[in-house]
Ligand binder design. Structure first.
Ligand code: 5GP
Length: 236
């Protein structure tokens, strides 16, 4: 598989074309950003840890029946993926109240949400990823009714699989963001699943083990990611 032109340089990943038009290379960089790119730092080893962590989770999801874009790791910081036509939508499930939910609704932090909530956001940095609903998605043709239903079903299926996986390793999956894309007539999970895009708390102490350590200046960011990987048995 030959790496070709850089197609997209995101805040933490760079996407490259390959000699196969159906495949892309994702490069997980050490760059760590928050607040729509206002705070950016280089954190040693983060690219490698996230690449391996993401592959581990994508393989677990695939094995449990969630179709994903992941093909294989090809270097420390790179993975080969299917070339999806990404929907401009973020799907967020929350099992415990925190983050933007508490700011937006004025609800208490740390409440168990039963049932978990589901939210759609529009991927648009300039607008700070505004929250949208099914009707916006249909009116602006960002996805079809069937794709909306699939995004909800798959995002909750991921919740069932990963809540258990993390709980068995002593962690609470507080919330997470997923992105989907079209590939040969199907909807597949794309982007990444890493501690950059989810919240994970220690089950006993509720210590934060995710990107909130960076957002809130708590330090020990990569060390926390490595601890999560270690607890799950991800080989680094
Ligand atoms: P919140 O809406 O509370 O800021 O985020 C909810 C969850 O989705 C968190 O786990 C957060 O990490 C993730 N999330 C939401 N938007 C983004 C985003 O634009 N980038 C990343 N990496 N994660 C996001």
């Amino acid at each position: 598989m030959k790496k070709q032109a850089e197609l997209f340089n995101g805040k933490a990943k760079t996407v490259y074309a390959t000699d196969d038009p159906d495949k892309l290379i994702l490069h997980f960089r050490n760059d760590t950003s928050a607040f729509d790119g206002e705070k950016i730092e280089q954190l040693d080893r983060k690219g490698m840890v996230n690449n391996r962590f993401n592959a581990f989770i994508m393989e677990k999801l695939e094995a449990a029946g969630v179709p994903t874009h992941h093909e294989k790791i090809i270097s420390d910081e790179e993975s080969l993926v299917k070339n999806l036509d990404m929907l401009p939508i973020e799907c967020v499930v929350r099992n415990i109240s925190t983050g933007s939910l508490c700011k937006r609704l004025g609800v208490e932090e740390g409440m168990d949400l039963n049932p978990p909530t589901f939210e759609f956001f529009l991927k648009n940095d300039e607008l700070h990823d505004p929250m949208i609903n099914d009707y916006h998605i249909l009116s602006f043709k960002w996805a079809t009714e069937d794709e909306i239903a699939q995004m909800k079903t798959l995002t909750f299926k991921v919740n069932d699989i990963l809540t258990k996986l993390f709980r068995d390793a002593g962690m609470l999956l507080v919330d997470y963001k997923l992105e989907f894309g079209r590939y040969q007539g199907a909807l597949l999970l794309g982007d990444e699943f890493t501690p950059d895009g989810c919240r994970l708390w220690d089950i006993e102490t509720r210590k934060k083990l995710d990107k909130d350590r960076f957002r809130q200046g708590l330090g020990g960011v990569v060390e926390a990611y490595e601890e999560v990987a270690h607890r799950l048995g991800v080989k680094l």
